[in-house]
Design a protein around this ligand. Structure first.
Ligand code: MN
Length: 219
């Protein structure tokens, strides 16, 4: 049983002009594929773990055999992070932020613009390679994380809701060394509906109960 590269959930040119077809082919067909191949290679000696979802392996790196911890963190993280990343993108300017998500961002960061500013800063200022993240913990608290390489909030007990890839391979074909320009353009291809859905799945009880007032329980 091997991990497989999932196809993009849209055409290679769907994100243009924010990301070119060429950049998407390189990123998905070469870079993501390499993480999948290296993950499968690392799992060759561990048939008992080959059927475990990679996200589950990443949630508990300490429980893995010692020789697997680094390859799962890097190659497994690379596979899981890219799969999630593709699912959170869409055609430029094609979704609007659902009100439910906007309220949660206001609650956590003051207002939506403040969230965007802080998230952009995390993405632009990350030294070297990695991702900026919006994640939620078990108590429903939202936070922005800046993680190196292929590390994921899953390994820190959090559920990732949104992420931007700031490895050079993610933007160099279109933006060369201009990372800030990439981040500014990237906001146009965020699939806000997908982000809101992930938040709802991460905290189903809270989102269905939070609007109830004590009086609502009176019969
Ligand atoms: Mn990447």
């Amino acid at each position: 049983m091997k991990h497989e590269l999932p196809p993009l959930p849209y055409d290679y040119d769907a994100l243009a002009p924010v990301l070119s077809e060429r950049a998407m082919r390189l990123h998905h067909d070469r870079h993501h594929q390499t993480y999948v191949d290296n993950l499968n290679k690392a799992l060759e000696g561990h048939p008992e773990l080959q059927g475990v979802p990679v996200e589950d392996l990443l949630k508990d790196l300490d429980q893995l055999p010692a020789d697997l911890r680094t390859p799962i963190r890097n190659q497994g993280g690379g596979h899981a992070n890219h799969t999630l990343y593709w699912s959170l993108l869409c055609m430029p300017d094609s979704t609007e932020m659902p009100a439910s998500l906007g309220r949660e961002l206001e609650r956590a960061f003051g207002d939506v613009e403040a969230f965007k500013t802080r998230f952009s800063t995390a993405a632009v200022s990350l030294f070297g390679s990695g991702y900026a993240w919006l994640a939620v913990d078990g108590a429903g608290k939202l936070e922005i994380m800046q993680l190196q390489n292929q590390d994921t909030p899953l390994s820190f007990g959090r559920t990732p809701l949104l992420t931007v890839d700031v490895w050079e391979h993610a933007y160099y074909p279109d933006y060369e060394n201009r990372r800030a320009e990439w981040i500014k353009a990237w906001w146009r291809i965020v699939n806000w509906e997908a982000v809101a859905e992930r938040l709802q799945e991460a905290q189903p009880t809270r989102s269905s109960n939070e609007d109830l007032r004590p009086g609502d329980f009176a019969s």
